[in-house]
Design a binder for this molecule. Structure first.
Ligand code: ATP
Length: 344
């Protein structure tokens, strides 16, 4: 059985999620040790455990060792079963990260799938709903599978209680995409939203976004979200370009001024625009695995993070392929998938 070391590179939850996703896609059993051993709270957290359970249901897998805080599990799928599923994280654990675990295999399953995912929809350190719906899933569409996602209820960290609904119409075989250019920037729009918090927070953030990004104030919306399970504040900027749409998000936190939250998001947007690349840092993380499943293709992104290179190592272990990160400009890197046969 393939053994994956969860302490490799970044040593976080992505190693587990990518291993589960690849195991389902390839029908490859695996054992993972040292799960999230480089995190402050190592082992399986609530969100990771639900990711294991979701993958186990979709793959009718035999699983050993999975429990709260586990540092080691084995996972042996029997196939991939599309259908109707509901996975409830029962905390603000990210719905996007559970989706990331089961989606790849369902993209080429024998029939459509409807998923209901309950938990956090807008979490720091995870792809928020808008990043899935506006940036990532349209690119999956270009690979041939059609995935739509609806936000039924917001779920902010730490209260959670959100709900997304996903419909997956698979394709027999995903096709490679080349995402080397962004093309012209067509629109930059911002939004600052609050749930159960004073409206002035969103208004201040909207002003900072408009000023720092040089946007017409009409292109930045300050709004209230209601009803919400708990308080939350999210700042979002959507950059629509000819060949790709990117989404940048930041979250209000106790003790951090609203202006700083908005300014950090504006900084990420400027970094992306200045780099001249189509794919931002987080979208690159989401794309690595689907690109590998297409067996080819490439994209250009910003400086690879340890998260991305660690994810690439996991993909290489499972597939035998190589993922190359080559400089493609002063702030640009080309990520290329090299098939197993050519990588040897
Ligand atoms: P843990 O061990 O706590 O589970 P992890 O390694 O799984 O950590 P992170 O490294 O924080 O988690 O990243 C999780 C995923 O969420 C990555 O795919 C990352 O790109 C994505 N992500 C994080 N922040 C954002 C964001 N603002 N927008 C889009 N995606 C994001």
């Amino acid at each position: 059985m393939l053994t994956i070391d969860g302490s490799t590179g970044e040593g976080g939850g992505q190693i587990l999620r990518s291993s589960l996703a690849l195991s389902l896609c390839l029908g490859q059993p695996f054992r993972i040790v040292n799960i999230r051993s480089r995190r402050r709270n190592p082992g399986l957290g609530r969100q990771h455990l639900v990711a294991v359970q979701a993958a186990a249901e979709v793959g009718r897998a035999e699983v050993t060792g999975a429990g709260p805080g586990s540092g080691e599990i084995t996972f042996a799928p029997r196939g991939v079963w599309p259908g109707d599923y509901r996975f409830s994280i029962g905390s603000a654990g990210s719905t996007g990260l559970v989706l990331q675990t089961v989606l790849p295999a369902l993209l080429t399953a024998k029939g459509p799938t409807r998923l209901v995912l309950e938990g956090g929809t807008h979490n720091p350190h995870a792809p928020p709903f808008e990043a899935l719906g506006r940036a990532f899933l349209p690119l999956i569409g270009r690979m041939g599978a059609s995935v739509s996602v609806t936000l039924a209820r917001y779920g902010f960290y730490p209260a959670g209680g959100g709900r997304i609904e996903v419909r997956i119409d698979p394709v027999e075989c995903l096709r490679p995409v080349e995402l080397d250019e962004r093309g012209r920037v067509l629109a930059v729009r911002g939004s600052a939203a609050v749930a159960d918090l004073p409206a002035h927070i969103a208004e201040r953030e909207a002003r900072v976004l408009a000023a720092e990004l040089g946007l017409d104030p009409a292109a930045v919306q300050a709004r209230r979200i209601a009803p919400a399970v708990g308080p939350g504040n999210v700042v979002t900027v959507v950059v629509e370009s000819e060949h790709v749409t990117e989404v940048f998000t930041g979250f209000g936190r106790r003790g951090v001024p609203a202006e700083r939250v908005a300014s950090d998001v504006a900084g990420s947007v400027k970094g992306y625009l200045d780099a001249g690349v189509p794919v931002g840092e987080h979208l690159a993380d989401q794309l690595l695995l689907p690109i590998a499943l297409t067996g080819g293709g490439s994209f250009v992104t910003q400086r690879p993070t340890l998260h991305a290179t660690t994810n690439a190592l996991v993909i290489e272990r499972f597939t035998g392929a190589r993922i190359r990160f080559d400089p493609a400009g002063p702030s640009a890197w080309r990520v290329t998938h090299v098939r197993a046969s050519a990588a040897r």
